[in-house]
Design a protein around this ligand. Structure first.
Ligand SMILES: [Mg+2]
Length: 345
């Protein structure tokens, strides 16, 4: 089998937020082959990601045999090294890598979860990420809830965050797990203060309290915080996760398979974290791209709710009574009619 084309577009996503998640948002990568198979992946980077695919990755893959995904990944990484390593270029590689894996699954007529040694059809518990306020209806049926707080404009971030967590804990009750996401907006001192102030609310983790580049800060937090520290959705490749794992800077690692380099990298991260006894809980894990890895590789599966505006991703299983179940379609199971997609220019 040979690759005959690599295409990348950014489908329109009505309802997506008016920020980088749209302007540099998710791209669809399609790989065509001379065997008549077309496979799909989703990466990131918007028009910039598409540019990387069209000008670098496509040339590298045309005419090549797609079977050895891991070798092709290394070549893509090397070809983008001068301007890549992290960020948009790796988000683009992620989409191509996932399309190569989709092709691998379609060629073998197997779901990716089965290729990875797992099985489909099992109900995987999910958690919901909610912004600012948890109401009982949103939380209903979910195994756990994560509260996303925006520190911008807070006059007293300790008191206001504690109040938000108190209200969320009240809404979901004492039994279910509650987590907190700070989206890189705190600093070390604020995190230490909140670690103490939030002790009564039994949080499962505090996510991305500080910048992913502040490893010295994370070292201190890992040492001093009682609440487990989570992070990694803005980290890239197994190289980027290595210090987080080796220095045990996060208790819960949250790679995003559509950004971190694709399934090739997610598998390596799962393996390294498992050897270190650390948990992996992929970012937006209930989307089909990460869900197959969760179903196959995760000893304590918990899938985060996905992006509600990714409506063009057909074949995405629904969350029913707090759980999500993969079907047995080959590859990732994406159902797509390219002719009906509306693209951003
Ligand atoms: Mg997050």
């Amino acid at each position: 089998m040979k690759i005959t084309d690599v295409r990348a577009v950014q489908p329109e996503t009505p309802g997506s937020p008016p920020d980088w998640r749209t302007s540099l948002g998710q791209i669809l990568v399609a790989i065509d082959t001379d065997a008549g198979l077309t496979a799909y992946g989703v990466g990131g980077g918007g028009a910039a990601g598409i540019h990387v695919v069209k000008t670098v990755l496509r040339d590298l893959l045309l005419g090549r045999s797609p079977e050895n995904v891991e070798d092709l990944w290394r070549e893509m990484y090397a070809a983008t090294l001068a301007f890549g390593r992290k960020g948009l270029a790796v988000m683009a590689i992620s989409g191509v890598d996932l399309a190569l894996w989709d092709l691998r699954g379609k060629a073998a007529r197997q779901p990716i979860a089965e290729l990875l040694g797992g099985r489909v059809g099992q109900a995987i518990p999910t958690y919901s990420t909610v912004w600012e306020k948890v109401d009982e209806q949103t939380a209903a049926g979910r195994a756990a809830v994560k509260l996303h707080v925006d520190r911008t404009g807070m006059r007293d971030p300790v008191a206001q965050t504690v109040e938000a967590v108190r209200a969320a804990r009240k809404a979901i009750g004492g039994q279910r797990e509650l987590m907190l996401d700070a989206w890189m907006q705190w600093d070390v001192e604020l995190t230490l203060a909140l670690d103490q102030a939030l002790a009564p609310y039994n949080l499962g983790w505090v996510e991305e309290p500080i910048s992913p580049d502040d490893l010295a800060g994370y070292e201190r937090l890992a040492r001093e915080c009682k609440i487990p520290i989570a992070g990694g959705e803005h980290e890239f490749t197994a190289f980027g996760f290595a210090p987080l794992i080796e220095r045990r800077l996060h208790t819960v690692l949250q790679p995003d398979v559509n950004w971190c380099g694709g399934l090739t990298e997610l598998i390596k991260i799962y393996r390294a974290a498992g050897q270190a006894g650390l948990r992996v809980c992929p970012h937006r894990g209930s989307e089909i791209w990460a869900l197959h890895a969760i179903a196959a590789l995760d000893p304590a599966p918990l899938a985060e709710s996905g992006r509600p505006w990714m409506t063009w991703v057909g074949g995405q299983p629904p969350i029913v009574e707090g759980c999500i179940t993969l079907g047995d379609a080959p590859g990732f199971g994406l159902q797509l009619d390219e002719a009906t997609l509306r693209m951003l220019p």
